[in-house]
Design a binder for this molecule. Structure first.
Ligand SMILES: Cc1cc2nc3c(=O)[nH]c(=O)nc-3n(C[C@H](O)[C@H](O)[C@H](O)COP(=O)(O)OP(=O)(O)OC[C@H]3O[C@@H](n4cnc5c(N)ncnc54)[C@H](O)[C@@H]3O)c2cc1C
Ligand SMILES: NC(=O)c1ccc[n+]([C@@H]2O[C@H](COP(=O)([O-])OP(=O)(O)OC[C@H]3O[C@@H](n4cnc5c(N)ncnc54)[C@H](O)[C@@H]3O)[C@@H](O)[C@H]2O)c1
Length: 452
């Protein structure tokens, strides 16, 4: 039975789907959005938002210590995991409500069900069995944690559940060395969990500038996190008093929780892609062209399910582009991936935009490197080991700034602003002409004079 007809059916109510659905409806399209879990998707429910709230909670640990150097008497501070989990959960509920109301107010029909492609222009709701007929389909189903295919892999938790565990782990092994591994390891360590990271590659955060990789490793080690490069888990054993992780270097680690953070996979399983002729790449990501069009006419895909740059602002922007192209004025300015900023919310925090030093040296004959490392003002009275590191990479022939890498407090906020300069094509001369704000850490970005 075909029960309705829409201009656009969006499958997946995360960052990309919500943006596309809401904009399309506000441009006058008849839109249905199908979400099988909670509106808001990974970012709001299981990713950026709960992660950042837990990171913020974790940073009070250093604040209490640092305050003593500034004359404060701080009595023993204690942390209550359950209260944080409840508070975070309340905030996620509030945000989900906001997202739902935003969609409904724009005129989007929200269908709490699982959407499956049934053929060109038809989406089946798996639970109710209803068929939705539409002119266009947008697949925005995101990604899910990769499973760990080793004996005992089923004992792991993933980022989907770590922020709602009933009890804070006392000792945890984190598997993986990417964004998720590093952020969660760092936050939980500051909250009092003993952390060991097993990461397969020689360095954390593959593809990041070496200065950031090294600075992060020493910051995490300073904070008490044990790291084992080149080690992968080979099995996980359940015992009467917890879990034992055995690794490829012969080590074993007795813990009460194992976090599997070994990557994510596009969510394309059982989505009915074949029925409509939607092709996928090796690894399962949906193939799209630069207008987010899949290999099937009328079917588009955005965000993590296409596995390009898996960040919320990218999914939002792509969702917006699809809605705008179908129902508005298609005045698209393509995303500049070469100047896409990103941050890692570990402590120390990282911010990065543009190429790394090693890529710059491969790409440009003449590279100028401006670097600085210093203790921020706060560290002087706090007597902490906090540090700031900055690197600005410049193409010597054109004077264009081609990469900026920051480590330290507020690196994420700083990289957002410097990314505007790179988007506008800033040269080193432009940075040099910019007046500093004093006293700040960021002023170093406009006062670096000597290439190393
Ligand atoms: C722990 C963690 C932290 C992160 N932190 C950051 C960060 O700080 N900054 C940042 O930019 N990015 C971050 N990310 C990445 C970011 O969350 C994703 O890039 C972003 O959410 C992708 O949006 P999306 O719309 O493609 O998919 P999602 O947000 O994953 O949304 C997909 C939605 O589709 C639904 N769905 C799937 N299949 C179906 C179906 N068949 N029918 C109906 N519904 C379906 C899912 O339930 C989900 O709600 C983080 C990710 C994780 C896991
Ligand atoms: N702050 C942010 O913006 C933020 C935060 C979290 C996630 N994200 C996004 O989500 C994506 C996914 O994050 P992620 O951390 O899951 O993935 P990732 O690809 O960044 O990291 C996966 C890690 O697991 C390791 N690995 C893979 N297979 C392994 C195995 N079998 N054994 C041991 N190690 C293994 C890899 O070497 C890598 O270090 C990121 O790439 C990013 O785009 C962004």
């Amino acid at each position: 039975m075909v029960d309705d007809s829409y201009d656009l059916v969006v499958v997946g109510g995360g960052s990309g789907g919500v943006r596309a659905g809401r904009l399309a409806a506000s441009l006058g399209a008849r839109v249905a959005l199908v979400e099988e879990h909670r509106v808001g998707g990974t970012c709001v429910v299981r990713g950026c938002v709960p992660k950042k709230l837990v990171v913020l909670a974790s940073r009070f640990a250093n604040d209490f210590e640092d305050a003593k150097g500034f004359g404060w008497n701080v009595s023993t501070a204690t942390f209550h995991w359950g209260r944080l989990v409840d508070a975070v959960d309340g905030e996620l509920g509030r945000l989900e409500g906001l997202y739902r109301r935003g969609l409904e107010n724009a005129g989007v029909a929200i269908l709490d069900d699982r959407g499956v492609l049934e053929g060109p222009g038809v989406v089946r709701l798996q639970r109710s069995g209803a068929l939705l007929r539409c002119k266009h389909v947008l697949l925005a189903t995101g990604s899910t944690p990769a499973s760990l295919d080793i004996p005992g892999g089923e004992f792991c938790v993933t980022s989907d559940h770590v922020f709602s565990l009933a009890r804070q782990p006392k000792r945890m092994v984190v598997l993986g060395g990417g964004y998720i591994a590093v952020e969660i390891a760092s936050a939980l360590n500051s909250l009092g969990t003993e952390i060991t990271i097993l990461h397969r590659a020689p360095a954390l955060l593959r593809g990041f500038d070496e200065m950031l990789q090294e600075g992060l490793t020493s910051g995490l080690s300073e904070a008490g996190i044990r790291m084992h490069p080149g080690a992968v888990a080979t099995s996980i054993e359940r015992t009467s008093d917890g879990l034992v992780v055995h690794d490829s270097t012969g080590g074993s680690h007795r813990v009460d929780c194992v976090l599997n953070a070994t990557g994510r996979r596009p969510q394309t399983r059982d989505l009915g892609l074949d029925s409509a002729g939607v092709e996928v790449e090796v690894g399962g990501a949906i193939k799209v062209d630069d207008r987010h069009q899949t290999t099937a006419a009328g079917v588009f895909a955005v965000g993590d399910v296409t596995n390009q740059l898996n960040l919320t602002p990218v999914a939002i922007r792509q969702g917006q582009e699809v809605a705008q192209a179908l129902f508005g004025n298609d005045r698209r300015v393509p995303i500049r991936f070469d100047v896409a900023p990103t941050a890692v919310f570990s402590t120390p925090e990282l911010g990065t935009v543009g190429v790394t030093e090693s890529v710059a040296r491969q790409r440009y004959a003449n590279v100028k490197v401006f670097e600085t490392q210093f203790r921020p003002m706060r560290a002087t009275l706090a007597k902490s080991k906090e540090c700031v590191a900055m690197k600005v990479l410049v193409c010597g022939d054109t004077d264009k700034v081609v990469g900026v890498h920051l480590l330290g407090r507020e690196a994420a906020e700083m990289i957002q602003l410097i990314a505007i300069a790179l988007q506008l094509g800033a040269t080193k001369h432009d940075l040099d002409q910019t007046l500093a704000v004093h006293p700040t850490a960021a002023e170093e970005l406009v006062t670096l004079r000597t290439a190393s």
